[in-house]
Design a protein around this ligand. Structure first.
Ligand code: ADP
Ligand code: MG
Length: 240
């Protein structure tokens, strides 16, 4: 079991006139599996992921399996990140998009082929491998983004509301295969969403983020049963 520890994280955004305290002492321990971070818009979810990636200045500590990452540059953290924007390479095929991280690592052609085909089968992309991104649907493009992120077996995969631009059917399908792949790869998945129902369905463990702090964590059942007003509000908003 792998562990990503986040201790006393503080992050401020400083503009000309205003300071926003986006994270105010966030604490959590994320284990292998799907960790959902749920919170209202503006609660600090994207800031948390960017901080873990090493893209923002922060106070506090981030460590993986007991090893501090605080002095480690983003590219050396070897974490995968998927956001709502697909950010695919438009000029190359789906196959080459998924293969890209392996090519950079110098993986052999044979191995690339085998791994891309396996990943394409799992994500339902086998039939579109020879197409360019603009010739596949939005849902398929998002699958390519996730396949590309997971192809090199990252130890941590950060997903920032990855399916919020996809239709209902795509979102429902995706929950299943995303969970399956991350579990198979023994990856620490941190999945950010503001959708309460989605959090309950996909999460092994759920962390509730409110105004830059982790105010509650537990299994989906524990979270569902919590009397916390914020949870009651989210339940109501998602008609549960
Ligand atoms: P979430 O992803 O939960 O919606 P964010 O992490 O994006 O929340 O934002 C947390 C807080 O920080 C919000 O108040 C937001 O307005 C502020 N914020 C986010 N990014 C910036 C930025 N680049 N500059 C200034 N304030 C920011
Ligand atoms: Mg966000």
């Amino acid at each position: 079991m792998n562990h990503l520890e986040v201790r006393d994280l503080f992050v401020d955004y400083i503009d000309k006139k205003t300071i926003t305290h986006a994270l105010k002492g966030f604490n959590a321990s994320f284990a292998s599996g799907i960790n959902v971070v749920i919170g209202l818009s503006g609660s600090g979810k994207s800031t948390l992921l960017k901080t873990i990636l090493g893209l923002l200045d922060y106070e506090g500590n981030v460590s993986l399996n007991g090893k501090s990452l605080d002095e480690v540059a983003p590219r050396d953290r070897n974490f995968a990140f998927v956001s709502q924007e697909y950010q695919l390479y438009p000029m190359i095929t789906v196959f080459d998009n998924i293969a890209f991280p392996l090519k950079i690592m110098g993986t052999s052609k044979e191995e690339i082929k085998e791994r891309v085909y396996r990943m394409a089968d799992r994500t339902g992309l086998r039939a579109c491998l020879t197409r360019k991104p603009r010739h596949i649907s939005g849902g398929q493009q998002q699958r390519v983004a996730i396949a590309r992120a997971l192809i090199r077996n990252p130890s941590v995969c950060l997903l920032d509301e990855p399916f919020s631009n996809c239709d209902q059917k795509t979102r429902e399908d995706a929950r299943g295969w995303v969970k399956e792949i991350l579990t198979d790869q023994n990856c620490i998945g941190i999945y950010v969403t503001h959708d309460f129902k989605e959090a309950l369905l996909i999460g092994n463990r759920i962390f509730v983020l409110d105004e830059g702090k982790n105010i509650l964590e537990g299994t989906p059942t524990e979270i569902f049963d919590s009397p916390l007003p914020l949870i009651q509000e989210m339940k109501k908003a998602s008609l549960l």
